[in-house]
Design a protein around this ligand. Sequence first.
Ligand SMILES: NC(=O)c1ccc[n+]([C@@H]2O[C@H](COP(=O)([O-])OP(=O)(O)OC[C@H]3O[C@@H](n4cnc5c(N)ncnc54)[C@H](OP(=O)(O)O)[C@@H]3O)[C@@H](O)[C@H]2O)c1
Length: 248
Amino acid sequence: MKLAVAGGTGTVGVHVVEVARQRGHEVVVLSRSAGVDLVSGSGLSDALAGVDAVVDVASTQTISAKESMSFFAAVTRNLLTAEVAAGVGHHVALSIVGIDRVPHSYYAGKVKQERIIRAGTVPWTILRATQFHEFAGQIRARSSFGPVSIIPKMVSQPIAAREVAERLIDLAERTPAGRVADLGGPREERMAEMVRRYARAIGTRGLVLEVPIPGAYGRAMRDGTLVTTTDADHGLQTFGQWAAAQAR
Ligand SMILES: NC(=O)c1ccc[n+]([C@@H]2O[C@H](COP(=O)([O-])OP(=O)(O)OC[C@H]3O[C@@H](n4cnc5c(N)ncnc54)[C@H](OP(=O)(O)O)[C@@H]3O)[C@@H](O)[C@H]2O)c1
């Protein structure tokens, strides 16, 4: 198959590209560094020539609901419009477990993304996953001030980005399936503890402060809204195993 990976240079995107190539698929990367801007749409139509399925793992780093909705609306509309023109038969998107129970901040954009896909004419598959193990590094990078990291009080059920990538390629190889079973990690973890273990694993020092975020968004982070409910599938690699591999 010929697959296009939107966000193929990102945290999960590099794994999506690698897994697809290992399975013998031809892969086109859609990202700014590969010459395609998904927000403006520049370079997109040429890149989709001959593509069978698009896997969308593009993202933006914001906690603003307005910015997140604007990014995911533009990217999703541009992708779907270009897919129709190019005759792409399958749009596969990665979303996040629990977003409709907490449609605030960054998650507001993910809710919008899902709505646009469902309303579109391109046959689709949506996979919702929990936070990646790699999220510990992402949130630490965004929330550190010198040696101090301020991490929201948050219950997570992290999963290896690699396992999410494998599931996304499984789905891209099949016929469009709509919303499929959620995918979560093997066990629940506290985000602050994940950040501490990640920092130790990569050999850095510093203080990690766990801070409860006020309001509905913060409550959802604390109360398990972002972990899987029944009928979900689960990855195998634990956060501890992943962190140990980073140390090596
Ligand atoms: N992180 C998590 O724990 C997690 C958990 C579950 C689901 N998800 C979902 O997984 C997806 C990927 O997340 P991630 O953390 O892997 O993202 P990421 O590491 O921030 O990567 C974002 C990707 O999007 C590309 N991108 C950003 N703006 C672009 C633009 N204007 N045009 C083209 N490409 C653009 C970036 O490439 P360039 O900079 O080269 O353009 C990069 O490849 C998102 O939909 C996210 O909601 C994430």
